[in-house]
Ligand binder design. Structure first.
Ligand code: ZN
Length: 236
């Protein structure tokens, strides 16, 4: 059975997989991790082949590195449609959001879907505007949920034998809080999620501060999914 083995030995992506600790360290939404990590998939035209790789920040942010790398690859053919999926430990900053938009404007055959584990400096108005502009230019941006953690574990992680289904399960609470804040960003609403680091450890503390506009503009199911709102609430 597949679940009794690690990644298949003949898997061409094996040498490019990251270690389980690295995945858990980088993508745990409950923790503050300074390093940024990008896991990405590229599909060309109607091909079923998927090219997978990972990247880190260097002197430039990982998103910029990706754009420069793909644009310079000899197999990159602008006339062939190309689907790109990113799994990012942090959402793009405003400068990277701008670079992504410019890249997509120059390459209309490229579609990009971005999943993020955390929101990078989300109180910064420029970062918020950057993500909003990305979304409104056609980029899909979502917070990583259980299916994405499962997918990344199976396809990007050098999981140990017998641990194929042992992808990390993170509490829905923090995932739903990030999803709520991302909704605010995309809708142009003020921030409602305060994030602070607990003293002397990497854990993140979340606080929800809702204004009238949040109650008026955010669908109740998104607010209720945080588990931090209690009924009865007067909607609208
Ligand atoms: Zn950046």
């Amino acid at each position: 059975m597949a679940s009794d083995r690690g990644p298949p030995a003949g898997d061409p992506t094996l040498r490019r997989r990251i270690e389980p600790w690295e995945f858990e360290f980088s993508f745990d939404p409950r923790k503050f991790c300074k390093e940024a990590c990008l896991l990405y998939e590229i599909q060309w035209g109607n091909s079923r082949d998927v090219w997978r790789h990972s990247g880190k920040n260097t002197t430039k942010h990982v998103e910029r590195n990706f754009i420069e790398k793909i644009a310079s690859e000899r197999y990159f053919c602008p006339s062939i449609s190309c689907s790109i999926f990113w799994y990012l430990s942090w959402s793009p900053c405003w400068e990277c959001s701008k670079a992504i938009r410019e890249f997509l404007n120059q390459h209309p055959n490229v579609t990009l879907v971005i999943y993020v584990a955390r929101l990078y400096q989300h109180m910064d108005p420029q970062n918020r505007q950057g993500l909003k502009d990305l979304f409104h230019s056609g980029v899909t941006i979502q917070v990583m949920r259980a299916p994405e953690y499962d997918h990344c574990w199976r396809n990007f992680v050098n999981y140990p034998c017998g641990k194929e289904a042992h992808w990390p399960r993170y509490p829905p609470l923090c995932i739903n809080l990030y999803a709520l804040e991302l909704y605010c960003i995309i809708s142009g609403l003020p921030p409602c999620l305060q994030i602070s680091r607990r003293y002397q450890n990497q854990l993140i503390e979340f606080r929800l501060i809702l204004q009238n506009c949040h109650y008026q503009m955010i669908p109740p199911y998104i607010l209720l999914a945080t588990g931090m709102i209690q009924l009865p609430v007067t909607w609208r």
